[in-house]
Design a binder for this molecule. Structure first.
Ligand code: ZN
Ligand code: ZN
Length: 573
């Protein structure tokens, strides 16, 4: 079981304890244990197996016992009791932004609200505004939140799905007899949320693959197990499918399960006009009239996706573009964009160090960046008004600039640019002295506070910041958090035009929680010839420098070529 699963269980216990009004010290013990496990480098499974878990600071005897039970059966007695004593819908209520366990407790006790439906009904009746500590604004926010949760129901954020996908893919590739294994579905297309995980495997022996998948340590339930297809539900609720096919039809199956549905429909109808039938089982030549089974007729080459596209007279279309948004026409006319790749990225221009809320020093970040093949990085810690992140004032920033100069003067792993992620304040002013900003190599301007402004105020605020002449990039431009918070709204055209005029690049923030800008906005940005993008990890640790691929995929979904990415150019910055 992954450490993240234990963390989720402990957090659920802490939340539910709070809803039942438990002793705050007890709640804090579970919260602390969750944080400790979250920060652990080792697998908790191993630590538990060796019986040394109480030696870990922050985990006492009774929580150690809970963890052992969770390891064995995915839950523990305490969690079972808590779940049984409260309505099932309470967990959904806890996911409503701005509620939290204390407010959920009040709603449950005062108004008997135990699920989203009841929450929505009472809020529409105006009964929540009257509760102590709530008010009309909270009620309005609750209604918006319920709508957002409904919209995203059943989809898992990329950031949560990816670790499972990566691990299962590794597992499948290790199984004997497997020639190829790939992730398909919306994850392969680079979407920010996924419905479930799809894997396609080429092998002549499906048995061992079915066995490996169904007996994985993170499986909560084997939903269906067949000869060539198995569906599992992982702890945490995400489902995963694996299909095994012979290598000679792998391309057709991979193409089919990569989707999107709309793209597949368009490809199939194109195939029909050419006397072919395309399905997950392969590409077949149709003899004469319509009808017949999916596998009737002569099998056409389809071991690779290139074969599939070639069969319908097209060049290869990258998965990120397969949304039936004009990619087939573009392929037909040979004007598909040459999309930026991870290998094109030579610099990472947004990251944090221990000076603000990052976990590693300038030198450690530089070494890790070199190990990932980068040539340059920009250190962009937070500015002073972001006190929760220990933001830098002018004095501390100047000290860091000297540190970076000294580092570059030595034998640097990569060239380090002196930068800052400066907060764009409520009125659009920048949270740093002009003379210091002018002395920096790279300034990212970001909105982290006052995010609830109306669109007009937000637009004016952004325009003022862009017009300051100090910014090189606009960081995570909409502020969205996938599955948690919608981005704020502003006049996109006005802001993008201003960025193009001022030479300010728009960031595609590669954190899987953000991937901001999204594909649609990237497409809109690219319509302006002079507007550049910059894809950055916003890493808060050396490990997070590995997030770049999420941003690159989102840029590719937006149709972004290398030429439009600032940090894919060999020349500065
Ligand atoms: Zn930021
Ligand atoms: Zn940042």
């Amino acid at each position: 079981m992954e450490n993240g699963t234990y963390v989720a269980r402990l957090e659920e216990i802490a939340d539910l304890l709070q809803v039942t009004g438990a002793n705050p010290f007890r709640v804090r013990a579970f919260q602390k244990a969750a944080r400790v496990i979250d920060g652990m480098a080792e697998d908790l499974d191993t630590v538990l197996a060796e019986g040394e878990v109480t030696a870990v600071d922050g985990i006492g005897k009774s929580i150690a016992e809970d963890l052992r039970q969770i390891r064995e059966r995915g839950s523990c007695d305490l969690l079972d009791e808590l779940r049984a004593s409260l309505p099932d819908g309470i967990t959904d209520l806890l996911r409503v932004q701005g509620l939290g366990p204390k407010k959920v407790k009040a709603l449950y006790e005062e108004l008997g609200i135990g699920d989203l439906d009841a929450l929505e009904a009472r809020a529409s009746e105006g009964r929540i505004a009257g509760l102590k500590g709530f008010g009309a604004r909270t009620e309005e926010k609750i209604l918006k939140e319920v709508e957002r949760l409904r919209r995203t129901a059943g989809r898992t954020p990329l950031a949560e799905a990816w670790p499972h996908a990566e691990r299962l893919l590794g597992l499948l590739r290790e199984v004997s007899g497997v020639e190829r294994a790939e992730i398909a579905g919306s994850l392969r297309r680079g979407r920010e949320t996924v419905g479930d995980l799809d894997f396609v495997v080429a092998s002549r022996e499906p048995g061992p693959v079915m066995e490996a998948f169904a007996t994985d340590g993170d499986v909560e339930e084997v939903v269906a197990r067949g000869d060539t297809k198995t569906t599992i539900r992982l702890s945490g609720g995400l489902s995963a499918d694996v299909r095994v096919v012979p290598p000679e039809v792998f391309g057709a199956t991979l193409h089919h399960f990569t989707g999107s549905k709309e793209h597949n429909v368009a490809i199939r109808s194109r195939a029909l006009k050419r006397g072919l039938r395309v399905s997950e089982w392969g590409v077949f030549r149709r003899d004469g009239e319509d009808g017949g089974d999916a596998t009737d007729g002569e099998l056409v080459a389809c071991a690779t996706e290139e074969d599939i596209f070639a069969a319908v007279g097209l060049p290869f279309i990258p998965p990120e573009l397969r949304e039936d948004r004009g990619e087939i026409g573009a392929a037909e006319e040979d004007r598909l964009p040459e999309l930026v790749t991870l290998e094109d990225i030579v610099a990472d221009l947004h990251m944090h160090t221990t000076a603000s809320d990052g976990r590693h020093s300038v030198a450690r970040m530089a070494e890790a960046a070199r190990d990932r093949g980068l040539k340059r990085i920009a250190i962009t810690d937070h500015s002073r008004s972001l006190t929760v992140a220990n933001g830098l004032d002018a004095r501390r920033l100047r000290a860091q600039m000297e540190e970076i100069d000294a580092y570059n003067a030595g034998d640097p792993a990569v060239r380090v640019l002196k930068g800052l992620e400066v907060d764009i304040l409520e009125d659009g002013a920048l949270d740093m002295d002009d003379d210091v900003l002018a002395a920096l190599d790279w300034v990212v301007g970001s909105v982290h506070q006052w995010m609830g402004q109306d669109p007009q105020t937000m637009t004016e605020r952004l325009l003022r910041a862009i017009g300051s002449g100090f910014l090189h990039a606009l960081g995570h431009p909409t502020g969205r958090l996938v599955g948690r918070r919608d981005g704020f709204t502003f006049d996109v055209d006005a802001v993008f035009d201003a960025c193009a005029d001022a030479g300010v690049a728009l960031e595609v923030n590669a954190s899987p929680w953000r991937v901001d800008l999204d594909d649609r906005l990237i497409q809109r940005a690219l319509e302006r010839d002079r507007l550049m993008l910059t894809i950055n990890t916003d890493a808060h640790s050396t490990a997070e420098l590995g997030q770049m691929h999420f941003g690159v995929r989102m840029a590719r979904r937006g149709g972004c070529p290398r030429s439009r990415v600032v940090n894919a150019q060999d020349e500065s910055p």
